[in-house]
Structure formats: structure tokens, C-alpha cells
Design a protein around this ligand. Structure first.
Ligand SMILES: Nc1nc2c(ncn2[C@@H]2O[C@H](COP(=O)(O)OP(=O)(O)OP(=O)(O)O)[C@@H](O)[C@H]2O)c(=O)[nH]1
Ligand SMILES: [Mg+2]
Length: 603
């Protein structure tokens, strides 16, 4: 048996890729009946599970009708677009999933464009036809229009279409006639996706992904383009810059279901994991030992955003984390660079404890921060900054396309909010009771926008954005129009004093929380910062009063998620992150220091 199909599953975020891969694995009987597997077995790291999104692409394989199908599940969120682009290098065809209700969305366009450019054969899967009021035929038509617009070639426009519901475990050619399995889709894959085309020549494999095992170290993943690879083979590693390193492979693994299988040798066309190769990076070519020839390397996305990472120097440092020093943080960030291709790192100043980390968006970097936090790190993060570049002597900034899907009756308010952030409206389209609004907006304007829109629309807005290009700077965008409530004292917050200050704004802390001088404990309803003391107990008097502290009724505090906190802070604030806490603080904890600095700046 050596017939193979290599396909990647691509789509906009949440259109059902991982659910479909799950069902394919189940269909091909990868699990014994008594095996407890649960849903979305592929989204296997904690952060993926909690957020319900795919962050890292994953390779799996199944055998269907004696043919090995290598499947690559990809992330749909636009911050991880670079990852998708990269792994498409392993595929000969794609399953383009489109939600039968939503139709093509911004990331559908992006990933489809990449697949078409790489000359991959598309199969269109109109998913979620079980959704009420879905419009599968219209969606089919708009996918065709989209392909046409993206300059698909004749043979790509001639794509097969399958309809179905990944969730309900079926695919069919007529959405009104559900089948009882997903095998119609697998039949289409076998029939329409070409077998890998194999060139003549010596060994060549482009390293497109990387994995890590604590037993064997770093593992290189890619598709063998030419020749053979076997365990213990001597190879040349051609680096991105053309440098050639001689090396030896320890072991070859192929993908086998959800896991990997050790094999002696693989042939061109298959996807494999190479164990025991040293000093490689994504984009390098594994080539013949004697006559190495490199494959074209991988283009890497430019970063659009940066954040300052620094050690935790708050009065509470070291209470919860295991790793708190600048050396720990630096080593961890350097390790991340090896696999996180879209990330860049720069040391700032010469104190040795400040690092500027560049990435593709707030989510891209906050996933790293969340991971570090779970590993036991403590650190502080500064306000996200977009990357400003000079192009032809002009100051330019990243511009994104923003799509907001929301109930029609609140769309006016949303448009206003976006306009204040320099968003220009491209189109507004009514879809049932909802409105789909498209804008072009500076990336700067997106920071904190989600939070504001969700509040305005009572959680109804669905927000998507995607980087388009650098354009001339669009002018100042006013920041948050409320100041911070800042703690005057170190101590414990007291219900009595929180209650007394409740008209000042909203608090981010519970009563009984330990706080420190300079910590941002709430939002002032006015524009200025205000230093308040919430550690004061009620003056004791001889007369017993009836209103004791415990009776005070306080509104629950606002608790930010990591991203919300990062998007919320001002220039002169940090988010302090430890394994158990997220706190906001002034960079300068002392009020007099802050006053002195602002005087210096204004003079
Ligand atoms: N109604 C309905 N819901 C579905 C269907 N397929 C998937 N879903 C749901 O859609 C949500 C997203 O599914 P995922 O499979 O995680 O989507 P994804 O495309 O992998 O998402 P990302 O990896 O984050 O891009 C989940 O809540 C699924 O249960 C379907 O056919 N019908
Ligand atoms: Mg997924």
C-alpha cells in the first residue's frame, strides 16, 4: 500500500475544521469502541481547549479504502495565518470549509488565496447546514465568486462541492438529503485530490513545522519532495542563508492516526517527522549528503505589533511564580523564537531586563504570555504598540480589514465607535436580522475595540479582522476616556471604603484582596487618574453602629481576561502577570514620581 493523498483543512475561525477532522478520525476507526476520547481530540493543549480554537496546526493520518490520507488541521484565527500558509506546503489539495450560514469570511479569503497561489486543488465543504436559516446555495455561489475574484485557474474553479454537518457527522451532495456518514466527502477526496507529484532527483524535504518531545528533543516535520529518507541516513541541512551543515538523522516517523509510527524508510510524497536532526530551523531543507540542493524557503509574515516584556518588580513579585528573573524570561523567549516563526525579539536598553517582543497581533502574543504563566513565570507587559514604518519617506502603519456581524438595531452605535477609531466603512449588508459591516481600520484602532463593541451590543457582535497592508499614518486616535483609580496604600481592601468610593467608578478588585501602592484597582468615571485609599477601616467609635462592614453590598468587580487587560492599560501602566493573578499597575508606583515625570514631559 503506498497510495497517498495530502490535504490541508482550511477555513475561517470556527467554521468547523477541527470538528470535521475529529469525525474523519472516528470514521476511519481509529478508536476502539471502549476508548474514551471526547470531542475535539486535536485541540489538545490547555489553551486550545479553554478557548475552543486551534492555535497550532496538526498532522494526522487515516487509511480510507486502502489509501493513506494525510490531513493537516489548521488554525482559523487571523493571527495564525502565517502558520497556515506554511503548512500548505505539505499539501496537494485543500478542503475549504465554509459555514452555510455565515458564508466566506475574511480569513476564508486569506487562506483560499494562499492555497490557490500554491496551485492546490480545492474541494469546497459547505458545513453547518443544520443551522437554522442557513443559505447553502448562496454560500456556494459566493465561494465561486470569491475564487473567480482571486484568479483561480480553470481547473481550480471546477471544484467539487460537498454539503453537510460535521457536528452531526454527515456529508452529502444534496444538503436537503442528509447521509449517515462523512464517507461521501472522503470519496471526493480520493477522486479529486491528485496523488503527490514526485520529481526525479536526490533527497529534498522542506522543514515546514516543528514539534518537541522531552525524550528526543526537537522534531522536524515536512513532506518529502524527492528521493528517500531512512533512519540513520546521513544528510545535508541547507539553511535559509545557504549554509550547509552535515548531519545524521536518527529516526523517521510517519503520521499514523493521532500519533506517529517509527519506520525504516519513507518515499517521496509522504509527510514525516524527522527525529534526531540537530541545529535545524523551519524553512531549512533536508537534502542529499553529497549533492545538496535547497528547496525554495518559506516566506515569513512581518510582525504588526509589539509588547514590552519585563521582569515582575511589583511589591508582590516572586510570591506565586517559579521563574522570575530576567535570565529565565530571556531564555524562555529565545526558545519560543525557534518555533514561533512570526515572532521577533529585541532587548531594550541595557538593564538586561526589558524585551520587546514582536508578533502578529494581541492574540498571538497573549497565547505566549498565557503559556508562560502556566509554566510558572511571573512577568509584566506594557501597552501593545503597533509597528510604524517609514515607506517612501512617509510614516506608515498597519491597516486591517474589520468585519462586524451584529444585530441591526445596534449597528449605528457600532459604526460610531469604529469611526472614532479611524475606521472607514467599506460596506454594510443586511442579512436577516443582522447587519454585516466592513471597515478598513488602523491596527491601533482595534486595540480594546472588541471589549467596547461587546459591551455596546450586549455581547452580540462577532468581530473579525485581518491585516491588509501598511498605509500612511491615519492621525491620532483618542485613547480610553476614563482614568484609573490607583491605590494609595499597601494593604487589604476593605468593603467599607470600597463602598464609600463606589460612585467614583468601577473596581477591579474584591474586598479582602491584597493590594499595593500604585496598583490600578479600578476605573475612574472621569478622565483623570485618581489616587484612593481603600484600605481604611471605619473609625471606631464608642457607640455601636448598626451598619457593620459585612453588611455593605458591593457591585462585583470587573475581572479582565489577559487580552482585555493588555488592551486596556495606558502607556504608563503595566499588566503584572503571575501564575494566579493578573493585576494592573502604574509603571511608577509612587505618586510623586509620576507627578515629576509628567512635569518633565510637559515642560
Ligand atoms: N451547528 C453546527 N455547529 C458546528 C458544526 N461543525 C462544527 N460546529 C461547531 O462550531 C464550533 C467551532 O468548531 P471547530 O471545529 O472548533 O472550528 P475550527 O474551524 O476548528 O475553529 P478554529 O480552529 O479556531 O479555526 C464548535 O462549537 C463546533 O461544535 C456543524 O456542522 N453544525
Ligand atoms: Mg480548529
Amino acid at each position: 500500500m503506498n497510495k497517498i493523498r495530502n490535504i490541508a483543512i482550511i477555513a475561517h475561525v470556527d467554521h468547523g475544521k477541527t470538528t470535521l477532522v475529529d469525525k474523519i478520525l472516528h470514521h476511519c476507526n481509529l478508536f476502539r469502541d471502549n476508548q474514551e476520547t471526547g470531542d475535539l481530540i486535536l485541540d489538545n493543549n490547555d489553551i486550545e481547549r479553554e478557548r475552543g480554537i486551534t492555535i497550532l496546526s496538526k498532522n494526522v493520518s487515516v487509511i480510507y479504502k486502502d489509501i493513506k490520507i494525510n490531513l493537516i488541521d489548521t488554525p482559523g484565527h487571523s493571527d495564525f495565518g502565517g502558520e497556515v500558509e506554511r503548512v500548505l506546503n505539505m499539501a496537494d489539495g485543500v478542503l475549504l470549509l465554509v459555514d452555510a450560514f455565515e458564508g466566506p469570511m475574511p480569513q476564508t479569503r486569506f487562506v483560499l488565496q494562499k492555497a490557490l497561489d500554491l496551485k492546490l486543488k480545492p474541494i469546497v465543504v459547505i458545513n453547518k447546514v443544520d443551522r437554522k436559516n442557513c443559505i447553502p446555495e448562496e454560500v456556494h455561489e459566493s465561494v465561486f465568486d470569491l475564487m473567480f475574484e482571486l484568479d483561480a485557474e480553470e481547473w481550480q474553479l471546477d471544484f467539487p462541492v460537498v454539503y453537510g454537518s460535521a457536528k452531526n457527522n454527515w456529508m452529502a451532495f444534496d444538503w436537503k438529503n442528509p447521509s449517515n456518514s462523512i464517507s461521501p466527502l472522503l470519496d471526493v477526496v480520493i477522486e479529486h485530490i491528485p496523488e503527490p507529484k514526485i520529481d526525479e532527483g536526490s533527497t529534498q524535504m522542506l522543514i515546514t513545522s516543528l514539534d518537541y518531545s522531552s525524550f528526543t528533543g526537537r522534531i522536524a516535520i515536512g513532506r518529502l519532495q524527492r528521493g528517500k529518507l531512512s533512519s540513520n541516513q546521513q544528510v545535508s541541512l541547507v539553511k535559509r542563508n545557504g549554509e550547509i551543515l552535515k548531519s545524521r538523522i536518527k529516526e523517521i516517523n510517519t503520521f499514523d492516526g493521532l500519533g506517529r509510527k517509527k519506520v525504516d524508510m519513507i518515499n517521496a510524497g509522504d509527510i514525516c517527522a524527522v527525529v534526531g536532526l540537530e541545529n535545524f530551523e523551519i524553512g531549512d531543507t533536508i537534502a542529499d549528503f553529497e549533492n545538496p540542493e535547497a528547496l525554495p524557503t518559506i516566506v515569513i509574515d512581518e510582525p504588526t505589533m509589539s509588547m514590552l516584556f519585563t521582569i515582575n518588580n511589583s511589591p508582590f513579585f516572586g510570591k506565586e511564580g517559579k521563574y522570575v528573573t530576567s535570565r529565565h524570561i530571556k531564555e524562555r523567549l529565545q526558545k519560543e523564537l525557534e518555533k514561533n516563526l512570526a515572532m521577533q525579539l529585541e532587548e531594550k536598553g541595557d538593564s538586561g531586563d526589558k524585551f520587546v517582543v514582536y508578533g502578529r497581533g494581541v492574540l498571538h502574543l497573549s497565547v505566549l504570555i498565557e503559556t508562560m504563566r502556566r509554566e510558572g513565570f511571573e512577568l509584566q507587559i506594557g501597552q501593545p504598540q503597533v509597528i510604524i514604518k517609514e515607506i517612501d519617506g512617509k510614516k506608515c502603519e498597519p491597516i486591517e480589514e474589520l468585519t462586524i456581524d451584529l444585530p441591526e438595531d445596534v449597528s449605528g452605535k457600532a459604526v460610531e465607535i469604529v469611526a472614532v477609531r479611524k475606521g472607514e466603512i467599506l460596506s454594510m449588508e443586511v442579512k436577516g436580522l443582522r447587519m454585516i459591516c466592513k471597515f478598513m481600520i488602523p491596527s491601533r484602532g482595534l486595540i480594546g475595540l472588541r471589549n467596547q463593541l461587546l459591551t455596546t451590543t450586549a455581547g452580540e457582535a462577532i468581530i473579525n479582522h485581518r491585516f491588509i497592508e501598511f498605509q500612511p499614518y491615519k492621525g491620532e486616535i483618542a485613547g480610553r476616556n476614563s482614568g484609573s483609580l490607583i491605590s494609595m496604600e499597601n494593604g487589604i481592601s476593605i468593603p467599607y471604603s470600597l463602598d464609600k468610593l463606589k460612585d467614583r467608578g468601577r473596581f477591579f478588585i474584591y474586598h479582602g484582596e491584597s493590594i499595593y501602592t500604585g496598583q490600578v484597582i479600578g476605573e475612574n468615571s472621569r478622565g483623570n487618574d485618581l489616587v484612593v485609599n481603600v484600605t481604611k477601616t471605619k473609625k471606631l467609635s464608642n457607640v455601636r453602629s448598626s451598619g457593620t462592614d459585612e453588611k455593605v453590598k458591593l457591585a462585583p468587580p470587573v475581572k479582565f481576561t489577559l487580552e482585555e487587560a493588555i488592551e486596556y492599560i495606558q502607556k504608563d501602566e503595566y499588566v503584572e502577570i503571575t501564575p494566579n493573578s493578573i493585576r494592573l499597575r502604574k509603571i511608577l508606583l509612587d505618586e510623586n514620581d509620576r507627578k515629576r515625570l509628567s512635569k518633565q514631559i510637559s515642560s
